[in-house]
Design a protein around this ligand. Sequence first.
Ligand SMILES: NC(=O)C1=CN([C@@H]2O[C@H](COP(=O)(O)OP(=O)(O)OC[C@H]3O[C@@H](n4cnc5c(N)ncnc54)[C@H](O)[C@@H]3O)[C@@H](O)[C@H]2O)C=CC1
Ligand SMILES: O=C(O)C(=O)CO
Length: 360
Amino acid sequence: MMITDAEFSCMLSAQICTEKKTILSVDDILALIGDHCHGVIGQLTEDWGEVLFSALKRAGGTAFSNMAVGYNNVDVDAANRNGIAIGNTPGVLTETTAELAASLSVAAARRIVEADQFMRAGLYDGWLPHLFVGNLLKGQTVGVIGAGRIGSAYARMMIEGFKMNLIYFDLYQSTRLEKFVTAYGQFLKANGEQPVTWKRASSMEEVLREADVISLHPVLDKTTYHLINPERLAMMKKEAVLVNASRGPVIDEVALVEHLRANPMFRVGLDVFEDEPYMKPGLAEMKNAVVVPHIASASKWTREGMATLAALNVLGKIKGYPVWGNPNAVEPFLDEKAAPPPACPSIVNAKQLGLPSSKL
Ligand SMILES: NC(=O)C1=CN([C@@H]2O[C@H](COP(=O)(O)OP(=O)(O)OC[C@H]3O[C@@H](n4cnc5c(N)ncnc54)[C@H](O)[C@@H]3O)[C@@H](O)[C@H]2O)C=CC1
Ligand SMILES: O=C(O)C(=O)CO
């Protein structure tokens, strides 16, 4: 969506891109920005760097928002140089994305897609003790790498839903998550059940060695690029389940294909791919891989929320509103019955640009 400089009373006019291409190139976007453009709402598939930010600045623009929480497609330093505020959409994706990661975990552990294909191919000719035997989750250990908003929500689902024990690795301690597991463990114990436990790992390797199901939820940056590589794959249990609903390049996908080929009991659930929209050669043929096309945030509520937050980021900046004080508490912007607060919900470079902060 491109916001132009024609203003109607307090409303701004918006141009919605009707281009049929799924992924816009830098040249496509340059043409859309043109000579007059105050702000842009873009997608995670676009490459926002110096070329686009300087063009947006020349066109009179001051704001860009990804319609996404992840913004590894955005060169924030280039935006800073050009004085462009960068918005993202935290919070509205948390539960929806975690639910998909949980679904991939179960689908991979219980071989649901393989069994579905077998059934549709007319191959089922009666119950057998060894037909599509998979992994029981209850009492096993779930490993989370990146226990931020989504990683923590995923952990809670796997712990509460399947009574798994938790091991996690993050640069920061997740006290809320730890407290939740402790309290849930006490509840289970009080009801005569085996309590669940948690452990904060001192290294990522500890998670990879100990967990039965591992889900990746970090941001993509230099520290997480190819975080899963041949050496780390080799550390994982032979029958482990690995799930990725963060960003494709967090896994070395060529190494993953090799590992899947060599370890048929090792299974993966992937929502994201290293060269999206493509898969590395061989992945599509792997029966021990469940693959879906980057749909982790695809619930109606979430997609509407993402669009709302992205639009309010850009609109708020154009109107000169301050930046919301806590991007983890964006609910007031999503209340359909009340006008949104006069603030930009989430601007990631607010500090660098010296933008004023709103009071919650
Ligand atoms: N597949 C999909 O459709 C979606 C993917 N995502 C991806 O998920 C990511 C996480 O989203 P949120 O949970 O909302 O963000 P968040 O910022 O709450 O969580 C990210 C966590 O990663 C941790 N982290 C950073 N570097 C790390 C490292 N080297 N090792 C371990 N942990 C590290 C951070 O400390 C933080 O706790 C996004 O950046 C995005 O790339 C988000 C939504 C949907
Ligand atoms: O918000 C994100 O980062 C996404 O990947 C959207 O699905």
